[in-house]
Design a binder for this molecule. Structure first.
Ligand SMILES: Nc1ncnc2c1ncn2[C@@H]1O[C@H](COP(=O)(O)OP(=O)(O)OP(=O)(O)O)[C@@H](O)[C@H]1O
Length: 672
């Protein structure tokens, strides 16, 4: 079809071979023969045989030989090529336990909920309208080019030189319009792509970060893997593939609309020249394409799962590489390069295995698609030959019907032709849908009621806090109680693994398997043993989680001086670096306390937050916290630590874990 509608050089060459038959039907034979002769004599001289005198009968042995060779090649290849896999293909790769849509009826299930947030915006419809207008103009241009081509070839046949040059000038206008439209439709498509991607990325990031989902997802056994890949790679693929498939579908529908009337009007009323059935060509091509689509789905549907598995293993491999970058120092100190190399190579082997599955299923689909397209080529002849030989249609009508039938069938074949892309698309849609559903599900929310402290003399109260390990695991805390008075420094101690950090997580509302009531002041700050230090300026590292601009340089410098971060004072506040790598463990903990001074919390919860500091350093910090003006008046501090002897003197109360009751008890006393 494209040969007829594109006025470029190759189409003109192709048309010059096809046109004599197409344009004038049987009458063109002399032209063909004359033109043919010149070529044939040339071939005779070069190759030593006359192609025009050859018959199919003569060539039949060669056809058999080529077919036999193809068969032998296929058999031998199937028998031996797996030896070159260089991996153990008997091990079945895991393609993930997540939900996959595999029914033909549900191939597009879940697409609309993913697309909806973007298409609620007016700008999205603006882009779609612009692309649609350009597409419609392109269709009109196609029709104009068709008319131009007819006249052009008639002019050539009539050797009408005066008309020839104006016609060439006309085609330049058409070509210019085409060039401008195709360039801008691609450009607008790219604009749409980045807007759509940004909108979807912002939506997913919002969902992922809201209500601490990013943390709670980690605790779930069946949580979707690699959220980073879903937000970055899957969104990009989803947008690109949606646009590719959407454009293809719209083009197919447009071609159908433009050619369907022609097919219905010219279609012989007798099917196969025998049975009265108006419009039967349309039904026949619909049936043929429908059966082809169903067969393609049956042959290729496993590709959905395999594509899903490939995306999963690619993401896991990339995550493992990132792990090495994140833990470079530990790995270098352990000299564990060989272990890491074998771990990475082992991980990559899974990609190789899934790739081989993909190859095998793609080969099956390609076999079927090639078979389908080969039989499609003779399909119009099969349908129309009886009517033609019975004299019900002329040769000219036959060629017009071929053209209309091929275009209509091409439209119906959109599904089959796009099936490979569709399987990848389906896998991407599943990965994104599962991710969105997991983020939107509220099943893993903590049942701990967090309320604001009444104030007055009490800074925080924890009542009947029950904490268990995920998935109905061991109970860590049972009806635990704790009351912290304003201005009080409380020390909590318990054996390792008893659940101190989980207690804090439950208080913060992070732990899913927890219940109880927690009264906390509005400004509560948790400082863990290892604080997160974002990449960027030193000022941002210190002011985190607030923005760097929330504090003046002087305020930040004062906080640094109060924490004795003397070694950092030589650094410029706006110097950018990976501070988590540059700073020592002790410096990182001091930096976290600088955050406390800047954010001025009413309750400060410290989980082993001075573990990397020396004894003097730890005491210095607590003295500084106790100094008036460091924290707001009446601010309380709760410290979890194993350094009881060191820290007890700088705290007002000391509670210990009571293993029997699963709660806190006054050190040396009874349960609270
Ligand atoms: N995400 C998790 N999934 C399953 N079990 C967990 C998880 N996090 C912690 N645990 C388990 O919960 C128990 C308590 O852990 P927690 O970190 O609260 O102990 P801890 O008292 O703070 O220990 P330490 O003094 O060594 O820091 C441990 O047995 C730990 O293995």
């Amino acid at each position: 079809q494209s040969l007829k509608f594109h006025p470029n050089a190759s189409s003109l060459v192709a048309l010059s071979q096809a046109a004599p038959v197409n344009a004038t039907g049987g009458k063109a034979a002399p032209v063909n023969a004359t033109g043919g002769k010149a070529v044939q004599s040339g071939q005779e001289g070069t190759l030593g045989f006359d192609v025009s005198k050859m018959s199919v009968k003569q060539l039949e042995p060669y056809m058999w030989i080529i077919a036999a060779f193809a068969l032998a090649f296929a058999v031998l290849f199937e028998l031996f090529h797996r030896r070159f896999a260089q991996t153990d293909l008997s091990v079945q790769p895991d393609c993930g336990a997540e939900h996959h849509e595999q029914q033909i009826s549900s191939l597009f299930a879940g697409v609309w909920p993913l697309v909806k947030p973007f298409f609620r915006q007016n700008s999205a419809w603006g882009y779609v309208s612009a692309i649609s207008v350009i597409g419609t103009i392109n269709l009109v241009l196609g029709m104009l080019i068709m008319v131009w081509q007819k006249e052009f070839w008639d002019t050539i046949e009539q050797k009408n030189l005066p008309r020839f040059w104006p016609l060439l000038l006309d085609v330049m206008f058409l070509a210019f319009a085409r060039i401008v439209l195709s360039t801008y439709s691609e450009y607008i498509g790219m604009m749409l792509s980045i807007h759509w991607r940004r909108s979807m990325t912002q939506w997913l990031i919002g969902l992922w970060l809201q209500d601490k989902s990013f943390y709670r997802q980690q605790l779930k056994a069946d949580a979707p893997d690699n959220p980073d890949q879903r937000i970055q790679e899957d969104v990009r693929m989803f947008v690109e593939q949606s646009m590719m498939l959407g454009t293809g579908l719209v083009m197919a529908v447009a071609h159908l609309i433009s050619r369907l009337p022609m097919l219905l009007l010219l279609s012989p009323t007798y099917a196969f020249g025998q049975f009265y059935c108006p419009g039967w060509l349309l039904y026949a091509s619909l049936l043929y394409s429908g059966v082809g689509a169903i067969c393609a789905h049956q042959v290729g549907k496993k590709l959905i799962v395999v594509n899903f598995g490939l995306q999963k293993h690619e993401a896991s491999f990339r995550y493992d590489v990132v792990q090495i970058r994140d833990h470079a120092e530990s790995i270098a100190l352990y000299n564990s390069e060989a272990t890491e190399e074998s771990r990475l190579n082992g991980r990559f082997e899974w990609i190789v295995r899934v790739w081989w599955m993909l190859m095998s299923h793609t080969k099956r689909l390609s076999f079927f698609q090639s078979f389908y397209y080969q039989t499609s080529a003779i399909f119009p002849y099969l349908l129309l030959a009886p009517s033609y030989f019975k004299g019900q249609i002329t040769l000219g009508t036959l060629f017009m019907l071929f053209d209309a039938l091929a275009t209509v069938k091409g439209g119906f074949d959109w599904f089959l032709g796009s099936y490979s892309i569709l399987t990848g698309y389906r896998a991407t849609v599943d990965r994104l849908s599962n991710f969105v559903q997991a983020l939107e599900a509220q099943d893993s929310c903590s049942e701990v009621k967090r309320m604001q402290s009444p104030g007055d003399a009490v800074a925080a109260t924890i009542t009947e806090l029950n904490v268990a390990l995920p998935r109905k695991g061991r109970t860590l805390w049972k009806d635990a109680q704790l009351q912290i008075l304003c201005g009080e420094f409380v020390l909590l101690s318990a054996p390792e693994g008893s659940g101190k950090s989980c207690f804090f997580r439950a208080m913060a509302g992070l732990w899913p398997d927890a219940s109880g009531e927690v009264f906390l002041p509005e400004k509560t700050l948790f400082l863990p043993q290892k604080s997160y230090i974002p990449q960027g300026s030193l000022k941002q590292a210190i002011t985190y989680p607030a923005c760097a601009s929330s504090f003046s340089d002087e305020e930040v410098m004062t906080a640094m001086q109060a924490l004795g971060l003397a070694t950092l004072e030589g650094r410029k506040l706006h110097e950018e670096a990976d501070w988590a790598l540059l700073l020592s463990g002790g410096e990182q903990q001091r930096l976290a306390f600088a955050r406390a001074l800047l954010s001025q919390p009413e309750l400060l919860l410290l989980d082993e937050a001075t573990s990397a500091l020396s004894a003097e350093g730890s005491l210095e910090i607590f003295e500084m916290l106790r100094r008036p003006g460091s924290l707001p008046k009446g601010a309380a501090v709760v410290t979890v630590s194993h350094d009881i002897d060191l820290l007890k003197p700088v705290h007002d109360s000391h509670y210990v874990y009571d293993a029997e009751t699963g709660g806190w008890a006054v050190a040396g006393g009874n349960k609270i």
